[in-house]
Design a protein. Structure first.
Length: 113
């Protein structure tokens, strides 16, 4: 494991991805690279799918839609969002995302564990 003070550069590498029936999740920053306070991954989700059911947890989260169209739930509000849109999820607030477009949806998650 690398020290937290050691900078790291990670390129897109699908060999490191966790594949599942809805798409894939590619971790970039987590405890394996020495990060103590941040997590970041990118997910690619197939049309009509969600990465997981809506949920809530401790720690804030930012979802940044890179490609595609998403239906985003935050609390009791549902919104449609497009590429290059950031969604802030406060801790303990129910949130979820679903690909509502015809193409795969790609989004980044930045999270404080």
């Amino acid at each position: 494991m690398l020290s937290a003070s050691h900078p790291c550069i990670f390129c897109w590498d699908e060999h490191r991805a966790f594949r599942h029936e809805r798409g894939l999740k590619l971790p970039f920053v987590d405890e394996t690279c020495g990060a103590h306070q941040l997590r970041m991954h990118v997910s690619v989700i197939n049309s009509g799918e969600s990465p997981h059911p809506p949920h809530s947890h401790a720690g804030e989260e930012i979802l940044f839609l890179l490609e595609g169209q998403a239906e985003v739930l935050i609390g009791e509000e549902t919104r449609l969002v497009g590429p290059m849109t950031a969604v802030f999820c406060p801790e303990h607030v129910t949130h979820g995302v679903r690909n509502c477009g015809p193409e795969p949806m790609k989004f980044m998650v930045i999270r404080v564990p």
